[in-house]
Ligand binder design. Structure first.
Ligand code: NAD
Length: 334
């Protein structure tokens, strides 16, 4: 079995690769994994067991279809995670998001089709639906993305659908909620806040802090991706939710406690442009068809993540330079 993971040097992709190679999934103990990754600011080979005998790493841009095709050939499955992933950056520089997330996905789909790949999993996001006041979205919800990031992901999802409809490419789309876990780049809210708090710095909280997010531990997400890879029906969309809804204020309250800091460290900053108020996924389809259920209790998962950043300063301290720009929300004047 040969699995190609695009974006495998990033946060979720590398967790998935480490789980695959670590024997977490029954029947995949001998799997050979190839990672293709451009190594943008968010990609980091330190996230991967580079010397592992069943891991191959290819530094390449998924938009380079000729190179990608050579890489894809011979693989049984493709799990596609490569993307520009940070909403704030998409407000500053949307073009890169369209290139990597839309054109890049088209290249992944086309190369998979031509190479006869038996199974493709395209990893998407709940953000494609926009914002929801009450209740939860099912997979039938219409797309109404509010940020350039979400719009580019929605475009990619539609391309995946089109490759299934037109060519019967056996592709599934997953839409997950906000992930948290180790190895997450320090511009995202949890690692940004934890590393700032551990360093005695202030933390920037957008608007009134009442935005609601549903938190999903990355290990649960990766297990869900594996279930979709093994049992998902081609052409279908599956929600992979975490089940823990929290306002950002509640999240920050827990982080302050875990890091031993007080509210005086929290600085309320202008809200993000077009900031979605609430996301919420209905997970019934994945529960019913795949037996997927999030398992990691949020309290324990969050405490483990804080411990991981506390114990792995070597990993994140050098990244601070790149992330500095984003620490207090969008730069003024944009
Ligand atoms: P990340 O930013 O940590 O990693 C993305 C990886 O993709 C990086 O290693 C980067 O180098 C690589 N990459 C980017 N553009 C590339 C290109 N053109 N060619 C090759 N490699 C490229 O992102 P993540 O948080 O691990 O997210 C992975 C996927 O999951 C993304 O598709 C994202 O949209 C989706 N997702 C993430 C979350 C979350 O909470 N993190 C939630 C929903 C969906």
């Amino acid at each position: 079995m040969k699995v190609l993971v695009t974006g495998g040097a990033g946060f979720i992709g590398s967790n998935y690769v480490r789980s695959l190679l670590g024997g977490a999934y029954v029947g995949y103990e001998d799997v050979h994994v190839t990672v293709v990754d451009k190594l943008t600011y968010a990609g980091n080979t330190a996230n991967l067991p580079m010397d592992h005998p069943r891991l191959s790493f290819v530094k390449a841009d998924i938009c380079d279809a000729a190179t990608l095709y050579d890489v894809v050939r011979g693989h049984d499955a493709v799990v596609h995670l490569a993307a520009e992933s940070h909403v704030d950056r998409s407000l500053l520089s949307a073009g890169e998001f369209v290139i990597s997330n839309v054109l890049g996905t088209q290249a992944v789909l086309e190369c998979s089709l031509r190479a006869g790949v038996e199974r493709v999993v395209h990893v998407s996001t709940d953000e494609v639906y926009g914002s929801i006041g009450e209740g939860s979205w099912t997979e039938k919800q219409r797309l109404q993305p509010n940020s350039p990031y979400a719009a580019a992901k929605a475009g990619a999802d539609l391309l995946a659908w089109s490759y299934y409809q037109s060519h019967r490419l056996p592709v599934c789309v997953t839409r997950c909620s906000n992930n948290y876990g180790p190895h997450q780049f320090i511009e995202k809210i949890i690692p940004l806040f934890v590393t700032n708090l551990l360093d005695g710095r202030p933390v920037p909280l957008y608007g009134d802090g009442l935005h609601v997010r549903e938190w999903l531990h990355v290990d649960d997400h990766c297990r869900g991706l594996q279930l979709v890879l093994e049992r998902g029906r081609p052409g279908e969309i599956y929600h992979l939710g975490g089940g823990t809804e929290l306002t950002n204020l509640d999240l920050v309250r827990q982080l302050l406690t875990l890091c031993g800091a007080d509210w005086d460290r929290v600085q309320f900053v202008d809200d993000r442009k077009g900031h979605d108020r609430r996301y919420s996924l209905d997970g019934e389809k994945a529960r019913h068809e795949l037996g997927y259920e999030a398992r990691v209790p949020f309290d324990r998962g969050l405490a483990d993540v804080v411990d991981w950043y506390r114990d792995n300063r070597w990993w994140w301290a050098p990244l601070r330079e790149t992330a500095e720009f984003f620490k207090y929300g969008l730069p003024r004047g944009w």
